[in-house]
Design a protein around this ligand. Structure first.
Ligand SMILES: *[C@@H]1O[C@H](CO)[C@@H](O)[C@H](O)[C@H]1NC(C)=O
Length: 132
């Protein structure tokens, strides 16, 4: 196999489900301390792979690297990717998100439609780290 292609495949396959129940900021720290980042689902392709990985989760939703800013009123990926692709459950991910009293972060449902939902960052959920 062509060496460049081989390494590309290795890299894109690095989605790791961590079956520990942590708050969003603890999950982010966990990934970064292990030289990864909370996963950024910026395409349908990654969403498909995430849907596969979350089947093994022990919580009904799983943290993504998706964060809401009350100051600017937008959702963003902590990896710096722009939010173009969306897979929000109906009613979730609106910019009028309630900011008080707890900042919200994005998670993907581990069953059902596996859409994205907005949760208070203090919820304790499994999460997905990704190596970029
Ligand atoms: C977000 O989606 C979940 C799951 O579909 C739903 O139960 C909840 O009501 C939605 N939130 C809002 C604010 O509509």
């Amino acid at each position: 196999m062509d060496q460049t292609l081989y390494f590309t495949l290795l890299l894109i396959d690095k989605l790791i489900l961590i079956k520990e129940n942590l708050m969003w900021s603890e999950a982010l720290r966990y990934c970064r301390q292990n030289r990864m980042d909370l996963v950024s689902v910026h395409s349908e392709e990654i969403q498909r792979r995430v849907m596969n990985v979350v089947k093994g989760a022990s919580t009904e939703a799983v943290w993504l690297g998706l964060r809401h800013s009350c100051t600017v009123g937008i959702w963003f990926w902590v990896s710096g990717q722009t939010v173009c692709y969306h897979n929000w459950a109906p009613g979730n991910g609106t910019s009028e998100e309630d900011c008080e009293p707890i900042v919200r972060s994005g998670a993907v449902q581990s069953g059902g439609d596996q859409r994205w939902i907005s949760r208070p960052e203090t919820d304790k959920l499994n999460f997905i780290c990704s190596r970029y």
